[in-house]
Write a protein that binds this ligand. Structure first.
Ligand SMILES: Nc1ncnc2c1ncn2[C@@H]1O[C@H](COP(=O)(O)OP(=O)(O)OP(=O)(O)O)[C@@H](O)[C@H]1O
Ligand SMILES: [Mg+2]
Length: 274
């Protein structure tokens, strides 16, 4: 089967002043059509950078990106994929409704049509009655739901979500996870989803990818062999717990490497300063 997304040997570095940070090194991954793949890894390992490259916001140094088997030059990518960035990027001068329709509007949907579609979706996103509020009048969780709604309204087969539930309290987060699975099971879009929460990664994913410490590459690729639909108490099942143990061991290893590298760079700077 031709994968929906295929990333081959992708690398990326950043230069700031005199220092160079190799952020991604030889990333390879595939996501099949209709698959829900979650991505976890230590903070700073390059997860958001990888997403920015896949959606066309950043060029890679090296490597290939294929969608439906077709190689995509960097400057053809923008607009092909629905994307929710890690920061919600709401426009402060637009209401909830007008923020929610932004991507659809840019995509050429008439404003009145987009507004009607958004009004019909407000309740599903827990935003009913807040259509005329401005972002500054919302809680962090509500802002994130507006950003999520905007991403859903951008009608694309592939959706990249960068920690969409990061700012939600535990109860709302659990409700949003269940809601997302229900919507996804109805639509079968291809999803790549970044999270720091291992339970969330397993509960939502068909597969979980673990990224290494920087420079990031895919360290572990584990299938989640749990039938759908998944009840919330699935997290107590032995298969779930066993998979969690294995993922945690790898993430812990990589996080320790990331921490050691951070300490090394601090002590190098201190030594340089003496
Ligand atoms: N535009 C940029 N210019 C310079 N360095 C950058 C830029 N974007 C990212 N980096 C660096 O690349 C590395 C990876 O950043 P990235 O945001 O991709 O990590 P992440 O895995 O998403 O982390 P987190 O889990 O904290 O969100 C960091 O060291 C960061 O400072
Ligand atoms: Mg990030």
């Amino acid at each position: 089967m031709t994968p929906k997304i295929c990333v081959k040997n992708l690398s990326k570095h950043f230069t700031a002043g005199v220092s160079t940070v190799q952020t991604l090194d030889n990333v390879n991954l595939r996501v099949n059509d209709g698959e829900f793949v979650t991505l976890v890894g230590p903070s700073g390992c390059g997860k958001s950078t990888l997403f920015n490259i896949i959606v066309g916001l950043l060029p890679p140094d090296e490597g290939l990106l294929l969608i439906d088997g077709e190689q995509q030059p960097h400057d053809h990518l923008l607009g092909q994929v629905a994307f929710m960035p890690q920061r919600d990027m709401l426009l402060p001068w637009r209401t909830v409704l007008d923020n929610a329709i932004l991507a659809a509007e840019i995509d050429g949907v008439a404003r009145a049509t987009a507004r009607q579609r958004a009004m019909d979706s407000l309740d599903r996103f827990g935003l009913g009655g807040f259509e005329s509020h401005y972002p500054s009048q919302l809680s962090g969780g509500m802002r994130q739901r507006v950003a999520l709604m905007r991403t859903f309204m951008f009608d694309r087969e592939i959706m990249l979500l960068d920690e969409p539930f990061g700012a939600l309290d535990a109860l709302t987060r659990a409700l949003m996870q269940r809601w997302l699975l229900e919507v996804w099971e109805g639509e079968k879009r291809t999803v790549l989803f970044i999270t720091h929460d291992i339970d969330e990664a397993i509960y939502l994913g068909d597969r979980v990818l673990v990224m290494s410490a920087r420079p990031g590459h895919i360290k572990l690729d584990k299938e989640v062999a749990l039938a759908r639909p998944r009840a919330p108490d699935i997290i107590t099942r032995p298969e779930f717990v066993e998979l969690k143990r294995e993922l945690l061991a790898t993430i812990e290893d990589e996080s320790l490497k990331a921490f050691a590298a951070m300490n090394r760079s601090v002590s190098d700077k201190e030594a340089g300063g003496r």
